[in-house]
Design a protein around this ligand. Structure first.
Ligand code: DGL
Length: 296
């Protein structure tokens, strides 16, 4: 019987990683570990960034248009939506519009946090959009019935993370202000897990730990997303990477909807991650979508 699986025994997969900005680099890093043989295109809709406070309808329309342009131009074997704000809203829309393309989304890692928590007091740190989504509420109902879940929406933390990656000094006071509501002490019962439900936040790495009033586990879903993408690629016929194989990691392309070239600090950060800035040569990525002004 004919099979839809692609015959790709010797070719490497092409992976499109998408985010509103630079947060998806935290997922990209795990994907490179899982699939060092792949070619990567990292696409950021940075002219929309930050998207955490965009109204849902406008954001869906914009992301659908940007995604269609990216898929047409890059013909990926798989798309990884390395963004909770977009995934919790628009993943079904992407899948319906591109039925031949497998998508892996990023959604708040509430299940593993609830399972691992001993105090049963967990926080979910995310953009205001992700915190407000029905999808997030359904994850809480389904997987965290035995926990108190504290939802913390931050409008600023993604931008603070980007500033740091672009060479700025960590703004400790501003970061501390954003993360403090995650820490609850209820008569000695304390928050012990904080779900990083925005892909930008792991970029702040040790700054988060340094500014925490007590030690918590910060739950980053990136390794699980990479495992899922790896699994789907294997199902498609791309042989799984064996760690005894030594692949030279190909330099991938980093595309930005604004077309703005990265500053030297960001260019170095991209190079460290095997990416280089590429000028987008297609039609403006946001040309067929409602713009930022319409969203406000
Ligand atoms: N990195 C994105 C996420 O995971 C959102 C960042 C933003 O544009 O606010 O939700």
């Amino acid at each position: 019987m004919a099979t839809l699986k692609r015959i790709a025994m010797s070719s490497a997969p092409k992976i499109l990683v998408f985010d509103s900005g630079l947060g998806g680099l935290t997922v990209h890093a795990e994907l490179v570990k899982a699939r060092p043989d792949a070619s990567f295109i990292y696409a950021a809709d940075d002219s929309a960034f930050p998207i955490g406070e965009w109204p849902g309808r406008q954001l869906t329309v914009r992301m659908a248009g940007v995604m269609a342009a990216l898929i047409a131009a890059t013909t990926p074997d798989i798309v990884v939506i390395a963004c909770n704000t977009a995934s919790t809203l628009a993943l079904p829309v992407f899948r319906a519009a591109h039925p031949q393309t497998p998508f892996v989304g990023t959604v708040p890692a509430i299940k593993p946090a609830a399972l691992a928590s001993r105090s049963k007091l967990i926080s979910v740190l995310a953009t205001p959009g992700t915190v407000a989504r029905d999808y997030t509420q359904s994850l809480i109902r389904e997987f965290a019935g035995d926990c108190s879940v504290n939802l913390v929406g931050s409008a600023r933390l993604a931008s603070l993370a980007e500033d740091q990656l672009k060479g700025g000094m960590p703004d400790d006071a501003a970061i501390a202000q954003e993360i403090m509501p995650c820490f609850i002490d209820d008569h000695g019962r304390r928050t012990d897990h904080v779900v990083l439900a925005c892909t930008h936040y792991p970029l702040l790495g040790e700054t988060l730990e340094r500014l925490s009033p007590w030690r918590v586990d910060w739950v980053d879903p990136a390794p699980a997303i990479a495992r899922r993408a790896d699994h789907l690629l294997t199902e498609q016929g791309f042989p799984r990477h064996r760690h005894s194989d030594h692949h030279k990691i190909e330099t991938g392309q980093a595309l930005f909807s604004s077309g703005a070239a990265p500053n030297p600090a960001l260019a170095r950060a991209l190079a460290k991650r095997h990416l280089e800035f590429a000028v987008w040569s297609g039609p403006p990525l946001d040309s067929c979508t409602e713009g930022r002004d319409a969203a406000q």
